[in-house]
Design a protein around this ligand. Structure first.
Ligand code: HGY
Ligand code: MN
Ligand code: MN
Length: 439
């Protein structure tokens, strides 16, 4: 193995190169697991498909001799050992679970870029002082089990393990039971305690919005993630016969829910079009055409970059979701209150330097989507890298990226992970630093 020290001032031509073809092929391999007729993928957290996707990544990792561990909430860690195991690891990662009609790149891209970067270092015969760890976070999407980014939030101590293990999917299966089933699908893995603290964390992801494409840019450097508050609302009316019950006597939970949602939409409307208010799930019970609905359950996903605004909107939502509407009783429960997060300046500078070194321009961005990096950032200096996706379309089977963009993003991630992993000063609490002067 070459000594990593010589890479400190390495000529670009001698830096390890990622294999864009291999990276692309692996996207195709993962796209087959849980493939939908519409060209996308449905890989719910802890489902058999999620297990199969993780097994494939584990197989590729084992072929390289990387070690794997699993923590109590099901986050998977794959480690490429460094020379000095006592130093904190440089981390990267993302997720393999998807939306029900998800695309082939959301999450997968970050996982495969991390693996590709580690393999590129192997291929170049490079050893690093620090270990590099790839994390496959559990239930990032939050579509089977609410809330989103569950695995990273539990790992960071911002959601409680015991409480999250009790969360049920719509079929009534708990996270705890699904995890036990998931474990049975995986090879035996070393146990890892909760709590992640690395030297740095860098996550690659597709943008999931149109900003980079519209600007004609290939790289976004993500400086912050907007805040996200999430709620479950329950509207309770009274089941009645659709043919015999006069309108005046009805307590129709769907009519009440519709009125409440429209009221919330009006309350949260903003001139700048920055508020993101979404009711993505609505369940009408008992769900029979000739029974007046007795219960409606719906979700609220509320996002904004400014925490004060979020708090004010939170008060409005809770006030509107109190008492009765159309004779029906409203109950609202907040399931997530996650403020905006700003990433680490040191890691951001390293990302900027690596991007420029590859001759690329970049946009500084605030992420509208949430990501596991948001929680990792609580204990580990973190930042993110975006590449464009066609038309900004995401959470959609049509999600699409180019092989060239995928490759340049992976190469920059590889350069950044190497830069971080050769930083080996004593005093591991030192922040990652850029060797280039500030802009
Ligand atoms: O909800 C989100 O922003 C993420 O895609 N889970
Ligand atoms: Mn994602
Ligand atoms: Mn997503």
């Amino acid at each position: 193995m070459k000594s990593s020290r010589i890479f400190e001032d390495m000529d670009l031509r001698n830096k390890p190169s990622i294999d864009a073809g291999r990276l692309w092929e692996r996207h195709r391999d993962l796209a087959r697991i849980g493939a939908t007729a519409g060209g996308g993928v449905n890989r719910q957290a802890l489902s058999p498909e999620d297990g199969a996707a993780r097994n494939l990544v584990l197989r590729w990792s084992a072929e390289r001799g990387y070690e794997a561990q699993l923590d109590p909430i099901g986050n998977l860690f794959v480690r490429r050992r460094g020379i000095r195991e006592e130093l904190s690891a440089v981390m990267t990662g993302s997720h393999l679970d998807t939306q029900p009609t998800g695309g082939n790149y959301d999450g997968v891209y970050g996982v495969l870029c991390g693996l590709e970067a580690m393999e590129a270092l192997d291929d170049a015969g490079v050893s690093t002082e620090r270990s590099i760890e790839l994390v496959v976070w559990m239930n990032e999407e939050g579509s089977r089990f609410r809330p989103t980014t569950m695995g990273s939030a539990v790992s960071a101590g911002q959601l409680q393990l015991a409480e999250m293990l009790r969360v049920r999917d719509r079929a009534g299966v708990t996270v705890e039971k699904a995890l036990a089933e998931h474990l049975a699908l995986l090879p035996r893995l070393e146990h890892r305690a909760l709590g992640t603290r690395g030297y740095a964390y860098v996550e690659a992801h597709i943008e999931q919005g149109p900003v980079l494409e519209n600007a004609g840019m290939r790289i976004g450097i993500v400086e912050a993630i907007q805040g996200l508050y999430a709620y479950e609302v329950e509207v309770t009316g009274f089941e009645a016969h659709a043919g015999t019950t006069p309108n005046r006597g009805r307590r129709d939970a769907l009519i009440a829910a519709m009125s409440l949602i429209e009221n919330l939409r009006q309350l949260l409307v903003d001139e700048e079009d920055q508020v993101r208010f979404t009711v993505g799930r609505l369940e009408v019970l008992p769900g029979s055409p000739n029974t007046v609905p007795g219960k409606v359950l719906f979700s609220i996903d509320l996002r904004h970059p400014d925490e004060k605004r979020l708090k004010r909107m939170d008060e409005r939502i809770l006030a509107a979701c109190e008492g009765t509407v159309e004779g029906c009783v409203i109950r609202c429960r907040q399931v997530l209150a996650s403020g905006p997060v700003h990433f680490d300046q040191g890691v951001l500078k390293i990302l900027q330097h690596a991007t420029r070194s590859r001759g690329e321009h970049f946009l500084r961005m605030v992420s509208g989507a949430t990501h596991d990096a948001k929680y990792v950032a609580a204990n580990t200096p973190s930042a993110m890298l975006f590449i464009p996706c066609a038309g900004g379309i995401s959470h959609n089977e049509q999600e699409s990226i180019t092989q060239a963009d995928a490759g340049i993003g992976a190469q920059i991630l590889c350069d950044v992970l190497l830069d971080l992993a050769i930083q080996a000063e004593a005093g591991q609490s030192n922040s990652p630093r850029s060797r280039v002067p500030a802009d």
